[in-house]
Design a protein around this ligand. Sequence first.
Ligand code: SF4
Length: 507
Amino acid sequence: MSPRPGGGDLVVCAPLRVEARAVRRGLGERGEVRRTGYGPARAARAAAGLRDGAFGKLAVGGVGGGVSADLELGDVVVGTEVSRPGLGDPVRCPSAPLLAGELRRAGLRASAGKIVTVDHLVRGGQRERLAADGAIAVDMESAPLLEAAAGRPAVVVRAISDTPRRPLLSPWAVPGGIAALRSLRQAAPVLARWAEACGPRQVLLAGPRSFCAGVERAIEIVERVLDRHGPPVYVRKQIVHNKVVVTDLERRGAIFVDELDQVPDGAVVVFSAHGVSPEVRRDATERGLDAIDATCPLVAKVHAEARRFAADGYQVALIGHAGHEEVEGTLGEAPRAMILVETIDDVARLAPQDPSRLAILMQTTLSADEAGGITDALLERFPAARRPSSDDICYATTNRQLAVRAIAADSDLVLVAGSANSSNSLRLVETAKRAGTPAYLIDGPEDIELGWLAGASVVGLTAGASAPPAVVGQIIDALSGLGPVEVSERVVATESIRFGLPKELKQ
Ligand code: SF4
């Protein structure tokens, strides 16, 4: 059994006396603060003295110069990597997104990015050149000080005392210094929380996880439409419920709208993977819009079942969540025949016109346990109720729930990558919690609260069907900045399903 994460033995290197004082005030007894001196030469000497020390985690804390134009005095920059031009490879600090997220939750304006260590004050044109190379801040000590970490977890936090618009040699120098030292003091207790989260860990991956066939198809549809027609391409509702996917497609020229009246006449519009009601399709035709349908074929199957049962004279109890786009689309297939059932209590209240002609359908992304309970209650009241020949809860939802259940029991904590409006991701959190393990939904590493990790030596990790696989890699990378990470995967099913593209995009 690996040692549990946590514990003290944090050393914070602060170059100047005023910086050391600010850190000490915020840190209290939760770490040792060392004054390491101004400039790279003194920093290198201090690092050489520290390198063989008995500490466990290293932080560099001080003020720094802003290079990126959107930084303000008192902002905090956490180094994702720190480099010294012409002197070796940059040093990566993978836990930077975790720390930056925690600093933001502590009320600071914090960002994670590249820091460059220089040996002189940086002015005008040089700031611009560094910014063009991707740096967001500069300092004069961090790169040599990081040498002292020698493989131990390390972070760099710089509070911004000057920016391109408020340079050091200007009337802004004093207010800039005061703002930076105040932020540094506020950041210090967060450094203590970072240290408590450090330690070796196992990451237990659930398999399968992340994108399903319906989501891959929907994203490919938008990409192909963008390639074929060029931006802008309008998409009604989020193409899939994930912030990362939506932001990426927006950057490439997609415009997400809530309703068709926000789409200009004659424009191309894509319907999301969650499906639309016939009324929306009619509207698009009447408006002369070039509509391309990215509805997942498994959602379309539920729509077809709704139409068929309604045409056969059945009322349909649709188990699902009010307001979800998929549910709205399915209800719209036969509005007069459909009754939404959200809970077991709704079953008791259900009063179909003819109890012998009731059918049961469900949203594709429900919890199998919860939907099973509601179905049982419906069948108990209406034993003759008809059901479709195959499950409505889709293969991807079922597999991901089985997989998270398989890792939850052996994990101290389960992280689910996915957005707050993603039904299948939320169900994964519920499934893990039902297995007795604390579980949290996160869009990315910056959403992980450091307190969740303190004492958690086995972290279960999965991703909802709409969350990109790359996010899982980013989370593992961030955790690896807190200590050695051993990754293993528990696969409960393999998936080979692929859906074809709509006919308009096949040619
Ligand atoms: S979760 Fe299921 S229904 Fe939803 S898009 Fe994926 S495969 Fe289709």
